[in-house]
Design a protein around this ligand. Structure first.
Ligand SMILES: *Cc1c(COP(=O)(O)O)cnc(C)c1O
Length: 380
């Protein structure tokens, strides 16, 4: 290794960009005397609502909470089935179990890596209440076909758009149309509130339910009125977190543009004969609709395991991630009846998918460093 290579700093697979203005804003909140849910939560919700065409939006302390509450608002519980993808963060299906319903997985489309819309109708039963798709890496699921299927069968749609904030469908923001749409502001997402999430809803009554579910079921009225009619939990966002989110939201377009530019650069460098010869699998090249949340390759079957490729990259100062192992192969899910072989495309992706570094402050030289290292390792 050359001296300069030794001095290169570690390149993580992702990294939030928090500016000084936001840090100063957080300090102000901390000094203000009101640090939990308050005016900044309301401001954050108003700003988000503008992005989603004025629809009702409420924020929560995680994207998982937003998804779980979406299921509760849709009235989904024991005896109900929800059709979803096995290639996602396990939160996607855990929330279905949490509300007492049963996830019904269908395989992914190996090209988009998203739920295969062609397989949904065969999975619908009288118990099916909803479809819960995921826009993996920000690549939007075909909303026209999705809603055509849902409407034909009278199903609700709960969009797990945790990864697709700023992605477009028919030129409009994901979330600005559709049924219940959930986002996450985890630090690895395209914008963060440290932890947090939001849900876009269809009307005011759903927004009121969301407020009840996120804070002990409490409904307030007048100066001293308080009533509890339904069981709620505790998933309100703090004003400190909301202030971070407001600072991030102001830069989301810029962050997404930088991610798109870097993804284009990855394509320029990876969509070449030497990588084709190795059999490296590339994602769909979508720089128009996707927010380019992650850049994920499918490793070819070589002498090296994925873990060994990750270790070698790590030794060269390059971080990578796995998003995700197929959900139905986790022990919890196998104990509920799923088994290897159920969803071959998701299983193959789950074994071989690798997330390469991608975050707004990366440079094209960083991309070259990653692709050069990957080529050396895969050719070795
Ligand atoms: C991040 C993520 C979630 C959960 O969001 P949290 O804010 O971490 O709770 C759910 N689904 C998908 C697809 C995600 O990527």
């Amino acid at each position: 290794m050359t001296r300069s290579a030794e001095m290169l700093s570690y390149l993580p697979f992702t990294r939030p960009t928090i500016d000084e203005e936001t840090i100063a804003g957080v300090s102000d909140v901390l000094r203000s005397g009101w640090i939990t849910s308050g005016p900044f939560v309301r401001e954050f919700e108003e700003k988000l609502s503008i992005l989603f065409g004025g629809r009702q939006v409420r924020v929560f302390n995680s994207g998982t909470a937003a998804l779980e509450i979406a299921l509760r608002i849709a009235g989904i519980g024991a005896g109900d089935e929800v059709i979803t993808t096995p290639l996602s963060w396990v939160a996607t299906s855990n929330v279905i179990l949490t509300v007492g319903a049963r996830p019904v997985f269908v395989d992914i489309d190996p090209v988009t890596r998203n739920i295969d819309l062609n397989t949904i109708e065969a999975a619908i039963t009288p118990a099916t209440k909803a479809i819960l798709p995921v826009d993996l890496a920000g690549l939007p699921v075909d909303r026209d076909r999705l809603y055509e299927i849902a409407n034909r069968h009278g199903l609700r749609v709960i969009e797990d758009a945790a990864q697709s904030l700023g992605s477009l469908w028919n030129g409009k923001w994901i979330g600005s149309t559709g049924d219940l749409v959930s986002f996450s502001f985890h630090p690895n997402k395209n914008m963060t509130s440290i932890e947090g999430g939001c849900l876009v809803m269809t009307d005011e009554s759903e927004a009121t339910l969301a407020e009840q579910y996120r804070l002990q079921g409490v409904l307030r009225s007048g100066y001293d009125g308080m009533e509890v009619e339904i069981l709620g939990g505790k998933s309100n966002l703090t004003d400190v977190a909301a202030r971070v989110g407001i600072g991030q939201l102001a830069r989301l377009d810029e962050f997404n543009r930088l991610r798109r530019d870097l993804s284009r650069e990855y394509f320029r460098q990876l969509d070449r004969p030497e990588f084709h010869a190795l059999g490296l699998g590339l994602p769909v090249a979508d720089f128009e609709q996707s927010n380019c949340h992650m850049f994920q390759v499918i490793l070819p079957e070589t002498a090296l395991s994925r873990a060994e490729v990750m270790e070698k990259l790590h030794e060269l100062g390059i971080g990578t991630g796995v998003h995700y192992p197929a959900i139905h192969l986790f022990k919890l899910y196998q104990s509920l009846g799923w088994k290897p072989g159920d969803y071959p495309h998701a299983e193959k992706a789950g074994r071989a998918i690798l997330t390469l570094p991608l975050f707004p402050t990366m440079t094209t030289a960083d991309v070259s460093r990653v692709t050069g290292a990957l080529l050396n390792i895969l050719q070795s």
